[in-house]
Structures are given as C-alpha cells and as structure tokens.
Design a protein around this ligand. Structure first.
Ligand code: E4P
Length: 214
C-alpha cells in the first residue's frame, strides 16, 4: 500500500515529503476551506512539492459544471486528478473525463456497488471512507476488503484509496484488506513511527554508550 497525504496544508505536505514516503496528495473542499487562500495557487504549490497524483475536487453538482471545473483544474499540471462525488451526475462526468484521458478519483464511496460503478465509468481511483462508516457503527474495513475482492475477481485496475483514515489501526487493516493507497492526515502518518519499545531502545543504547564512555 502506498501513502498519500490527506491535507491542503502546504507546510504539512512539505514536512511529509521530506520523509520520502508520500506518493500523492488528496484534498477536499473542507480541507481547502480550512486553509483559506486561492485554490488554484495552492494546487500549483502542491504539485511542485509532491511528484504524484494530486486530487482536486469539483464542487458543481451537475456533470456539465463538473467537467468545466475539472478541465480547468486538469490544465494546471499533468499530476492533477479530478475528484468527483459518487452521484449519477458524477458518473457522467467521470465518463467524460475518461474519454479525454483526464484522471479521476471518485469520492464519498460507502458501498461496493458504488465502487464498481465508478470503476466501470472509468475512474482511476475510488475513495471508500473508512472512518465515516465506523462513525455510524458500520465496519469500514469490510468495505475495503469487498471492493478489493470484487476488483480482483473482475480484473479491474481502478486503484482503491482507503480514505477517512483516523488512526494507525485503520492503516494496518487497510493495507491487509488490499487498499492500493491509504490517504492519511499528517498526524496519523507521524503516529505510525511511534513504538514505546523503539523509544526505550534508543534510551537504553544511549545510556549504555554514555556509561561506557565514562
Ligand atoms: C478523502 O479523500 C477525504 O479527503 C478524507 O479522507 C475524508 O476524511 P474525514 O472523514 O476524516 O473528513
């Protein structure tokens, strides 16, 4: 499983990029609104930091509007992926983008059928939302497992982005369930490094080293 960063914060993206583990970035309207500023300028900055798929979401609800917005965004850089919500209009837009060779990420996926439809419309990525399912007492990881199985059975090459990841267990489980990518907030990414035995080990090594030096 590859790692994407789920943020529109340029400082966070720079910080994660230095770790060498980030293969792409996902944004959404809430994340962009949180940062303020001009969306297009923000994207232009992000594509300079991470050389991989950068998802930028459309806000129109009709296919025509989505396509107009998406075409404008896609012109910014070859790595821009148009993020489209999972609706009938969204599927029409994904189909239109596919015909033009523009990559898409179908977002707000909460069922295997939605993922299958998005893939058949030509989506490059689908984003099932783990955390938001867990929030309503539905096991999100089961959805990732089902989508991965269906895509494997039918040789579908649309990639699964495990989204709405809230904690390290989601990451571990999503990787085992067959997600190709996990998109993580920086806080979750950094928490993956932590293990108490690692910290204790470093302390012990340093203590032994300093003792021997005396
Ligand atoms: C995915 O692409 C979304 O940006 C994101 O993962 C949503 O996460 P949330 O449910 O924590 O808002």
């Amino acid at each position: 499983m590859k790692f994407f960063l789920d943020t529109a914060n340029v400082a966070e993206i720079k910080s994660a990029a230095e770790l060498g583990v980030i293969a792409g970035v996902t944004t959404n309207p809430s994340l962009v609104a949180k940062e303020g500023g001009d969306f297009l300028e923000m994207l232009q900055e992000i594509v300079q930091i991470v050389d991989g798929p950068i998802s930028a979401e459309v806000i129109s609800l009709d296919a025509k509007g989505m396509v107009e917005e998406g075409e404008k965004l896609a012109k910014l850089h070859k790595n821009i992926v148009i993020k489209v919500p999972m609706t009938l209009e969204g599927l029409k837009a994904v189909h239109a983008f596919h015909k033009q060779g523009i990559k898409t990420n179908v977002t707000l996926i909460f069922s295997a059928n939605q993922a299958l439809l998005a893939a058949r419309a030509g989506a490059t990525f689908v984003s099932p939302f783990l955390g938001r399912l867990d929030d309503i007492s539905v096991e999100g990881i089961g959805l990732i497992r089902d989508i991965a199985e269906i895509f494997a059975i039918h040789s579908i090459d649309t990639e699964i982005i495990a989204a709405s990841i809230r904690h390290p267990m989601h990451v571990h489980q999503a990787a085992l369930a067959g997600a190709h990518i996990g998109t993580l907030p920086l806080k979750v990414l950094e928490s993956l490094v932590k293990h108490p035995l690692t910290d204790q080990g470093i302390e012990r090594f340093l203590a032994d080293w300093n003792q021997a030096k005396k």
